[in-house]
Design a binder for this molecule. Structure first.
Ligand code: C2E
Ligand code: CA
Ligand code: CA
Ligand code: CA
Length: 279
């Protein structure tokens, strides 16, 4: 029995070493990924429910590591936050996306805004508002050309601070959306105080909307609540016609999901914006 225990222990040690190496490799690689140009952006269309017009593009970060391959953002963004890299990385995303939008504007695409994800640490960054204002100015964009998405849990971590920063961002015209709504236990009293234009209804509720009465109730109630507060609803992760019909019926304002388009590289966006969509 002792020998087995020892073997298990050695196996465990080897596993741990492997995990630790992976983690260290990830951290080390992240530190040099910016300089090495390994990050790029994808864009996912958001469409107006009633007419399928593209009104926005969510900016989604991608990392192609030479050995690890494509590392999903759900895996590397938490690490980037822990090692204090998210500030620089977030700034790179904002700069790159704004300069891309400026390009599209000069090609004649006037009515589409970009939606950029903001991490909780960026929210706490000194001079965030000045930085956003200066990126917009540098790219000859208006505040309304940019929407910032902040998760419900990030906003609720320190609601007073969030309210203050959100107000400052609104003063420069930037639009604000609460991301992953329904997963973060918001206090409704704070929701009322946040100067937001949109709620993004989390994909987990949309997924089983036709079969799970609880999810359906949450979707309907969220839409009703948002509308009562003068806030639009973006339904995330819409994959099927049935989900779309259901959400349309319950007056979700905007939809995003694989049914309309998957996140795509920048080169594909003008083609998509020009194509008549038969959804
Ligand atoms: P999110 O902000 O909730 O982004 C939506 C995610 O859902 C994206 O995953 C998108 O590809 C995926 N998605 C969109 N439509 C559908 C659909 O119909 N079905 C399914 N199954 N999935 C769909 P992605 O690109 O892997 O991003 C994951 C998360 O990583 C994002 O979740 C966001 O929290 C974070 N993230 C991505 N880019 C950034 C960034 O630039 N900054 C920060 N702070 N976080 C980012
Ligand atoms: Ca988002
Ligand atoms: Ca989301
Ligand atoms: Ca999410």
């Amino acid at each position: 029995a002792k020998a087995v225990g020892r073997n298990n222990y050695q196996f465990f040690r080897a596993e741990m070493k492997h995990l630790t190496n992976d983690r260290l490799l990830l951290e080390h690689s992240l530190h040099e990924a910016l300089e090495k140009g390994q990050f790029y952006l994808h864009y996912q269309p958001q469409v107006k429910s009633e007419n399928d017009h593209v009104i926005g593009l969510e900016v989604l970060l991608r990392w192609e590591h030479p050995v690890l391959g494509n590392v999903p953002p759900d895996q590397f963004i938490p690490v980037a936050e822990e090692i204090g890299l998210i500030g620089r990385l977030g700034e790179w995303v904002l700069n790159t996306a704004c300069s891309q939008l400026r390009d599209w504007r000069s090609q004649g695409f006037k009515d589409v805004r970009i939606a950029v994800n903001l991490s909780v640490q960026q929210l706490r960054q000194a001079h965030l508002v000045e930085r956003v204002a200066s990126v917009l100015r540098a790219n000859e964009l208006a505040g309304g050309d940019l929407e910032l998405e902040i998760t419900e849990s990030a906003a609720m971590l320190n609601p007073e601070v969030a309210i203050e920063i959100f107000n400052a961002l609104r003063n420069i015209g930037v639009e604000l959306a609460i991301d992953d709504f329904g997963t973060g236990y918001s206090s409704l009293s704070y929701l009322k105080l946040l100067p937001i234009q949109r709620l993004k209804l989390d994909r987990t509720f949309v997924k089983d909307i036709e079969t799970d009465p609880n999810d359906a109730a949450i979707c309907s109630a969220t839409i009703a609540l948002a509308h009562a507060l003068g806030i639009e609803v973006v339904a995330e992760g819409v994959e099927t016609e049935a989900q779309r019909d259901y959400l349309l019926h319950r007056e979700a304002d905007i939809m995003q999901g694989f049914l309309f388009a998957k996140p795509m590289p920048a080169e594909a966006v003008p083609v998509f914006l020009n194509s008549p969509r038969a959804v």
